[in-house]
Design a protein around this ligand. Structure first.
Ligand SMILES: [Zn+2]
Length: 185
């Protein structure tokens, strides 16, 4: 399987560049987080029948916190988000396009922090954490559209998704929101 997104030279469009400047200001008093709560980034590459999607989201948008999951409620919330993120055909409205999910990778420090929580159990609530999801699909139909309506519904703290799209029409940057969740290839 080729790694479409990694192989392509990404040119950040002005829209995204501005968002990054803002995020850097926001991050000065934070530790890890060059990110803005409520906003996620989505990289999408469609090459023939192969679709690759990378979601990079502040953990806040998906689970409502960014510290290590300590309480049972935190852990349940994290597990719930993981289960939702493992259903990308639903999240991206791809099941009606005969798309098959061929790869899922979820990355976040929060998935591994339980082991260490006693070593830094104080004063770290100001840390920023992200959850990244990497998906690949094979679709038998020519893919025309993708919708994030389910993603916005299941993760209502996500207010805006900044999309970098590479498809048959070239590269474009766009913003999707709960009232405008759809993109066309
Ligand atoms: Zn944050």
């Amino acid at each position: 399987m080729r790694h479409l997104l990694l192989a392509l030279p990404f040119v950040w469009l002005p829209l995204i560049a501005q968002a990054h400047d803002h995020a850097h200001e926001h991050a000065e008093h934070g530790s890890l987080g060059a990110h803005e709560h409520g906003v996620a980034n989505l990289n999408i590459a469609l090459d023939g029948k192969q679709l690759e999607v990378q979601l990079e989201s502040p953990a806040m948008n998906l689970i409502g916190f960014e510290h290590a999951a300590r309480s049972e409620a935190d852990k349940a919330q994290l597990e719930n988000a993981r289960r939702e993120l493992e259903k990308p055909l639903t999240l991206f409205a791809l099941s009606s396009n005969n798309c098959r999910n061929t790869r899922i990778e979820l990355h976040s420090p929060l998935f591994y922090e339980g082991v260490h929580e006693h070593h830094h159990s104080h004063g770290h609530d100001d840390e920023h954490s992200e959850i990244h999801a990497h998906y690949q699909f094979e679709c038998t139909n020519e893919l025309k559209q993708l919708s994030l309506a389910e993603l916005f519904k299941r993760f209502p703290a996500t207010e805006k998704v900044q999309v970098q799209l590479i498809g048959p029409a070239g590269q474009q940057g766009l913003i999707l929101t709960p009232s405008q969740p759809r993109l066309s290839f």
